[in-house]
Design a protein around this ligand. Structure first.
Ligand code: MN
Length: 166
């Protein structure tokens, strides 16, 4: 068996604050913008708008995207780790095409199963990101609020923005 694929969640203070949820699939980062960020409560469905794939090199990007660029604003690596495809014999690529994938995350903040279910197609397909019911589910945790710091640098997205003199 080869190395496990990685996931990364980047907090992005663009025109509106959001979390970019990315899964390594076939050499690129399949990506979704999650306005409210991932939940650890299986009863909560979080909107995840699929956006363009990013290159794998973006996995550890932290810093400020310049004013004139799309997505201008500060970015931190809010969580990262490896993941497993839980969808039996179906490849991640096939699952993304079908509109349903299920993964087990091995991050510092996010652990256990998550499902992504597509609800709408189009240029920017809408999906729901939902915690699966397992031993890592915890309705009392709210890491988006209580664990705001980068797992790479320990900085908050506000600190990264301030250090860049914005
Ligand atoms: Mn973004």
């Amino acid at each position: 068996m080869g190395e496990q694929p990685i996931f990364v969640v980047q907090q992005h203070a663009a025109s509106t604050m959001h979390f970019d949820f990315r899964l390594e699939v076939d050499g690129v980062l399949a990506s979704w913008a999650v306005p409210k960020g991932p939940s650890t409560d299986p009863r909560v469905k979080r909107l995840a708008v699929q956006v363009e794939d990013h290159s794998l090199g973006y996995r550890d990007f932290e810093g400020v995207i310049g004013e004139r660029s799309y997505g201008a604003g500060a970015v931190i690596v809010w969580d990262t780790g490896t993941y497993e495809n839980l969808s039996g014999d179906e490849s991640m690529a096939a699952g993304l095409e079908r509109g349903h994938v299920s993964v087990r995350l091995h991050g510092e903040k996010l652990r256990g199963g998550y499902t992504l279910q597509r609800t709408d197609t189009g240029r920017r397909p809408r999906w729901l990101l939902i915690k699966r019911r397992d031993e890592e589910a915890d309705a009392r945790r709210n890491p988006v609020s209580t664990e705001p710091r980068s797992v790479l640098s320990g900085r908050t997205v506000e600190e990264v923005a301030a250090e860049a003199g914005r």
